[in-house]
Design a protein. Structure first.
Length: 360
């Protein structure tokens, strides 16, 4: 099978595509895979690092208001579709899959015009612009949450509930040593989040927080500033409070944690569900279409998480929420069960089954 994949802009679009590629390559040795992305996007680093070939096209995203830049983007789109057609003709894929981001729009449009089986995959609850534009034209639209279906104005040709691809190592059972204390994971993602870092500092200043452990990642760029502030405020870090720039063994830490305080990115939410982890979700207000708030609301509706907005969040609010949850094993167990019930852990298999069906 020859598979062409496209997705870019953020890791949330690229990692699912790489996961799909990895799974497909494991199924059959003669599988051939090619990526299409932007040379100035994260995909130009992440895809070659994963061991896959990538071709580049030039395209930019649409602004959310009428601007002259959008006119230039429209011109670039026409050129990008033509370039994508050339790449497709040369590679001759059996199937084309887009995982979001503006780079996959011309690739999917080209494949649709050339009548090649196409799938577009949406990671978030609220579908992105690219997904909304092509869903009614693509052969299949893969969604990660049942709630996504209601946000399409034009009904997709076929909707498949596949979930988000989960890192295999996350699902491996590990013999982990746990202390008697409850462990709270606080993370603003790989780059960190200023609001969560400020709240962490405020939390550490509050008395009576010694009854649980913390492992917190600040993001590498923020770590020194956070530690300087902690020193300046004479905050004494107890042995059970650990602050690091980045958590490299996140799969182990997530498995050990009793409660996670995180952003509400689609992959993060899906991983929390897969592990059955109760969560306090603080959606980033700075993402397109407020995607993270939609994700967090769905998790809250399931009973798997508590949603706290950035505006509401401070040291007192977080301390109270942690105390409320950690002091109630029943509440934690109920949230964990709700998360597990919402989990879909075989997304790659579901997507691969579709590929086999349309290329048979």
């Amino acid at each position: 099978m020859r598979i062409l994949l496209s997705g870019g802009g953020t890791g949330g679009h690229i990692y699912p595509a790489i996961a799909i590629a990895n799974y497909a390559a494991q199924q059959k040795k003669d599988t051939e895979i090619l990526f299409v992305g932007c040379e100035n996007g994260m995909e130009s680093r992440l895809v070659p690092k994963a061991g896959y070939a990538i071709k580049y096209i030039q395209i930019s995203g649409l602004k959310r208001r009428i601007t002259f830049e959008n006119l230039k983007t429209a011109v670039r789109l026409v050129t990008a579709v033509a370039k994508a057609k050339k790449i497709i003709r040369a590679f001759q894929p059996d199937v084309v899959i887009g995982t979001g981001g503006y780079v996959c729009l011309p690739v999917l449009l080209a494949a649709i015009k050339m009548k090649i089986p196409t799938m577009v995959h949406e990671q978030n609850v609220f579908p992105g612009l690219t997904v909304r534009l092509v869903a009614s034209k693509a052969d299949a639209t893969a969604i990660s949450f049942p709630e996504t279906e209601k946000y399409f104005k034009k009904p997709p040709k076929q909707i498949l509930l596949t979930g988000n691809p989960i890192r295999p190592e996350l699902l491996e059972e590990k013999a982990l040593e746990k202390s008697g204390e409850k462990l709270v994971l606080i993370s603003g993602g790989s780059l960190g989040a200023a609001k969560l870092n400020d709240t962490l500092i405020a939390l550490l200043q509050k008395p009576g927080q010694d009854y649980y452990s913390i492992i917190a990642s600040t993001g590498e760029k923020n770590y020194e500033a956070v530690m300087r502030t902690i020193q300046k405020k004479n905050i004494r870090l107890c042995g059970n409070k650990k602050i690091v720039p980045y958590i490299y063994n996140m799969d182990e830490v997530m498995q050990k944690a009793d409660l996670a305080v995180t952003r509400a990115g689609a992959i993060t939410v899906s991983e929390l569900c897969a592990l059955g982890k109760p969560a306090v979700l603080v959606p980033s207000p700075n993402v397109t279409n407020d995607h993270q708030t939609y994700n967090a609301r769905v998790m809250e509706k399931y009973g798997a998480a508590v949603l706290i907005t950035e505006e509401e969040l401070d040291g007192d609010v977080l301390a109270d929420q942690i105390k409320t949850l950690l002091s109630s094993p029943e509440a934690l167990a109920k949230m964990a069960a709700a998360a597990k019930k919402a989990a879909i852990t075989d997304a790659c298999q579901r997507i691969y089954t579709w590929m086999e069906t349309v290329t048979r």
